[in-house]
Design a protein around this ligand. Structure first.
Ligand SMILES: Cc1cc2nc3c(=O)[nH]c(=O)nc-3n(C[C@H](O)[C@H](O)[C@H](O)COP(=O)(O)OP(=O)(O)OC[C@H]3O[C@@H](n4cnc5c(N)ncnc54)[C@H](O)[C@@H]3O)c2cc1C
Length: 445
């Protein structure tokens, strides 16, 4: 399926995609084909990529929009390490998952250079660092890779990915690599994610399989170019604490006592914030909504980056997979190391006495001896919620979370994606498109 066919089938050519001027030459003659009945005021909670994209689309339709953002920066989880220097943002690599998406088109439209993911990997197991060729000669390693592949087609009982691995009797020597590929890759660990959830996500995925990378600051520059109106509507350091949607207007309060009023409110705060109950609702959210919050998973993550004076691994190495608590290290030829630890492993790090950054560096030093002494620059960020995933029993929770309440309360953000693109940048943008359409076609109550 080519990009245009995909966009036509998903309806984007006649909706959001065309709202970015010039993004698609083919869109110029097309109009927003929804019955646009709404012209009131909208408050968007959160200036992550979904909040920004929804705002840009609504503003282009003449809707009055204000974005309330808890932090002092825009982009939310779009920035892996939000409070670092431009040097880190430059070295930070972001992945564009698939070439059939609004994000891909947005970046291509701005001639942003993306590279296909390439490079070799090293695997530490059975007490030694193995090249791919060496690892591939190990029968357990081969079985483990096959198990990861089989998860994509998994359609059996609702068990965890770890339970599926255990059922195969594969050596525990390669368990950490399985955990990286089946768990950490989804922002959690293999014992928390559902095998069925992985299978369903893979089977409903429609963005294409190509994985492209670009730097963090390229991504930020592209968003600045594409969504300028949205960026002008942000009120920073404004954490929403309560929402009253019982009256004709929606009343909003922030943690400093500031009050706001609107006709519709779009919530894009991450799942962990919604789960934590720090935003109160009047009337309280119905039980279906509350159940949906408890059924979707999201875990804490440590994201660490450090620079070595010189690379201690063969040129062209992309990733080194370890076998301890910190298991996945993306590396570059110029000495950068990026490690993300989520799920059970992140909880283990937080339970160890000591600084998480030092713990992660020490783990790396165990199989790349001497690495610690060569570190020149380092930073870490803790995400209380990395990206949502499907635990056992998730069922239709994402549909329930995504549904609007009383034509006033609307929900977007990666966790509300119902078509397998949750946990991604382009998936978050797609939910913005859905929610903006819902708002534009909502009727007065
Ligand atoms: C470390 C990491 C790496 C990732 N790497 C990739 C990648 O390479 N490629 C990819 O496609 N995806 C990646 N993802 C996933 C992707 O970043 C997210 O899916 C996407 O950014 C989510 O966007 P969002 O708008 O749904 O939420 P967010 O970006 O979380 O935006 C929500 C916003 O709401 C704000 N907020 C929270 N509470 C309140 C409140 N009470 N009041 C007001 N504002 C509030 C937050 O500060 C935030 O700015 C990664 C995620 C993480 C954590």
């Amino acid at each position: 399926m080519n990009r245009r066919t995909f966009l036509q089938q998903s309806g984007w050519l006649t909706t959001g995609a065309c709202l970015l001027p010039g993004l698609f030459q083919s869109c110029k003659k097309l109009e927003w084909d929804q019955d646009n009945t709404f012209q009131g005021e909208v408050i968007i909670v959160g200036a992550g990529i979904s909040g920004l994209y929804a705002a840009e689309m609504l503003l282009k339709q003449g809707v009055s929009v204000q974005i309330l953002e808890a932090s002092d920066y825009w982009g939310g989880r779009m920035r892996t390490l939000p409070n670092t220097t431009p040097l880190f943002q430059q070295a930070d690599r972001r992945t564009v998952y698939g070439q059939f998406s609004i994000l891909y088109d947005l970046l291509r439209h701005q001639s942003i250079e993306m590279q296909e993911k390439s490079g070799s990997q090293l695997y530490y197991f059975a007490g030694a660092l193995n090249t791919e060729a060496e690892a591939n000669q190990n029968i357990y390693f081969q079985e483990m890779l096959q198990a990861v592949e089989n998860l994509n087609a998994y359609n059996g009982g609702d068990i965890s990915a770890q339970a599926y691995f255990d059922s195969l009797g594969i050596s525990s020597n390669v368990e950490a690599t399985f955990n990286v590929l089946a768990g950490q890759a989804h922002g959690t660990s293999a014992d928390r994610i559902s095998a069925l959830g992985i299978g369903r996500q893979y089977q409903s995925w429609s963005a294409g399989k190509t994985e492209l990378t670009l730097s963090g600051n390229q991504l930020q520059a592209a968003i600045e170019q594409a969504l300028p109106n949205a960026l002008n509507r942000i009120r920073y350091n404004t954490a929403v604490s309560s929402i009253d949607y019982s009256g004709a207007k929606v009343s909003v309060q922030d943690q400093s006592g500031g009050t706001y009023s609107c006709d519709r409110i779009l919530l894009t705060a991450p799942l962990d914030v919604l789960k934590s109950g720090t935003i109160s609702f009047t009337p309280t959210l119905n039980s279906a909504k509350q159940t949906s919050l408890s059924r979707i998973g999201i875990d804490r993550s440590y994201c660490a980056m450090f620079k070595l004076q010189t690379a201690l691994w063969p040129s062209g190495t992309r990733r080194i997979i370890g076998n301890n608590i910190a298991q996945s290290f993306e590396v570059s030829d110029d000495g950068w190391v990026y490690c993300e630890v989520s799920g059970e492993q992140a909880d283990m790090i937080s339970s160890i006495f000591g600084d998480p950054l030092t713990i992660i560096q020490q783990q790396f030093d165990q199989f790349i001896p001497g690495a610690i002494s060569l570190i020149t620059d380092a930073a870490i960020h803790t995400w209380q919620g990395n990206r949502s995933y499907d635990p056992i029993g998730v069922g239709d929770a994402r549909q329930l979370l995504a549904s609007s309440v009383n034509q006033k309360l609307f929900f977007a953000g990666e966790a509300t994606h119902t078509g397998g693109h949750h946990g991604t940048l382009h998936g978050a943008m797609e939910t913005a498109l859905r929610a903006a359409t819902e708002i534009l076609t909502s009727s007065a109550s």
